[in-house]
Design a protein around this ligand. Structure first.
Ligand code: ADP
Ligand code: 5GP
Length: 198
């Protein structure tokens, strides 16, 4: 059976990760998108258990103690974490898994699972990033400035990722992500059963 691979997608808040990943998931229906837990309040239109598992800080702490997270981190005043059990179940079914997580979480996952593929998504410019964050209309001006500051720090780690995708248009970004996922399954180590069977 084809083995599932884990792909981390990181990038500044507002760059378009959710938008691009939603479009990618329309193309790759077999992929499992990991739904994170967060203590951040839901935005308009966000549904519990679909976009995030929205939980309070006490529950988040309880999940940490019970070792429920593959990774977790604090981001601009809230906690975010990846529940381990759904990721493991999807991998066991041979499905690819996508984690939309920030850089501290990405480091934790790679230290536990070194074969994870890391993809950084960047905006075409800082002005465009600020425009997207503002136009999304989900954050106060103060939060937007905090997220932009965080974005600059995150950008400095981009060179440590395996791939760098620029979200100029959603179509281009989806095409590149799709190509990366295909290419990762063409590596010889992914096809050892065929190679050693010759
Ligand atoms: P993230 O998940 O990275 O925080 P979102 O997916 O919420 O970002 O996108 C932030 C805003 O930018 C949204 O309003 C979205 O519609 C818009 N957006 C995303 N990708 C593009 C793009 N390629 N061109 C223009 N606007 C975009
Ligand atoms: P947002 O509040 O905009 O939905 O997400 C803020 C940041 O948290 C984004 O960079 C997103 O990738 C990251 N994030 C979402 N879920 C998780 C998670 O489970 N773990 C970690 N470490 N980061 C996450």
């Amino acid at each position: 059976m084809r083995k599932g691979k884990t792909f981390i997608v990181s990038g500044p808040s507002g760059v378009g990760k959710s938008t691009v990943l939603n479009a990618l998931l329309q193309k790759r229906k077999d992929v499992y998108f990991s739904v994170s837990a967060t203590t951040r309040p839901p935005r308009t239109g966000e549904e519990d258990h679909v976009h995030y598992h929205f939980i309070d800080v006490d529950t988040f702490r309880e999940w940490i103690v019970k070792d429920e997270f593959l990774e977790y981190a604090e981001y601009v005043g809230n906690f975010y974490g990846t529940p381990k059990k759904y990721v493991d179940a999807a991998m066991e079914e041979g499905r690819d898994v996508i984690l939309d997580i920030e850089i501290q979480g990405a480091i934790q996952v790679v230290s536990k699972r070194p074969d994870t593929v890391r993809i950084f998504i960047a905006p075409p410019s800082w002005d465009e990033l600020e425009r997207r964050l503002t136009e999304r209309g989900t954050d106060t001006e103060e939060k937007i400035q905090k997220r932009l500051l965080r974005a600059k720090v995150e950008f400095q780690t981009a060179h440590t990722y395996d791939y760098f995708v620029i979200n100029d248009t959603v179509e281009n970004a989806v095409q590149e992500l799709d190509a990366i996922m295909t290419a990762e399954h063409c590596k010889p180590q992914e096809r050892m059963e065929i190679i050693s069977g010759q």
